[in-house]
Design a binder for this molecule. Structure first.
Ligand code: CA
Length: 228
């Protein structure tokens, strides 16, 4: 039996379409048509993943997510309207694992589902604060700081930094980072790791005049303490 997925979506035709596609892929599917029904189902059931629309009657998706996260770590992928940047940011801050912008292709949805199922719930409420010298990252609060000064990171930057910190002093190949941050099925540019490492260096190494993120030529990257 495949993983069980809860679809919370009020547009009946879209919900039905997703249901059929997911059933076809071998997943077990449950549907809920509004926020309250979705929250009840999510809390009562034992789902491996939740596809959660943001614009829902009754209780909106972000409120469903907020209430769900006070009790459960079930991975959540938000379905958001195009350009609803605030929804995405709030959703990720509230513990969504990923988001998909409407309109989407079913291939994209399936790829994100596979990635989220492999990565699993971040289980942030039980994670300790990670440190490397003055650099700290708090998975539970989704915050990072250097010497107490907050660092603003996007979702993927945060995951990448978290991965480097969890593997402090251990060289990570591009493939390892790719797998841990973007999932096995990521089909985008292969240099995405280098691009995001550059973003992190700008926001940490350059911004604070330190050298924490080291390149291991021909291999990958490693995060090491100050001054080394
Ligand atoms: Ca909707």
């Amino acid at each position: 039996m495949g993983a069980s997925i809860l679809i919370v979506e009020d547009e009946a035709r879209l919900a039905r379409f997703l249901e059929l596609e997911l059933l076809h892929e071998g997943y077990a599917v449950t549907k809920a048509a509004d926020g309250r029904e979705g929250l009840d189902a999510a809390l009562a059931g034992d789902f491996d993943l939740i596809l959660l629309d943001v614009m829902l009657p009754g209780l909106n998706g972000l409120e469903v997510l907020r209430r769900l996260r006070s009790g459960k770590d079930t991975p959540v992928i938000l379905l958001t309207a195009r350009d609803a940047v605030m929804d995405k940011v709030s959703g990720l801050d509230m513990g969504a694992n990923d988001y998909i912008t409407k309109p989407f292709s079913i291939e994209e949805v399936l790829a994100r589902i596979r990635a989220a199922l492999r990565t699993g719930a971040p289980n942030p409420r039980h994670s300790a604060v990670l440190r490397c010298g003055e650099l700290t990252l708090d998975p539970a609060r989704h915050t990072a700081a250097y010497g107490g000064t907050p660092i603003q990171l996007t979702y993927k930057e945060f995951l990448l930094l978290q991965t480097l910190l969890e593997n402090r002093d251990i060289v990570q190949t591009r493939d390892m980072l790719m797998e841990k941050v973007w999932g096995y099925d990521y089909a985008g540019e292969t240099n995405v790791v280098d691009v995001y490492i550059r973003y992190l260096r700008q926001k940490i190494d350059s911004a604070f005049g330190v050298k924490l993120i080291h390149t291991v030529r021909g291999v990958g990257y490693v995060l090491k303490g100050d001054g080394t």
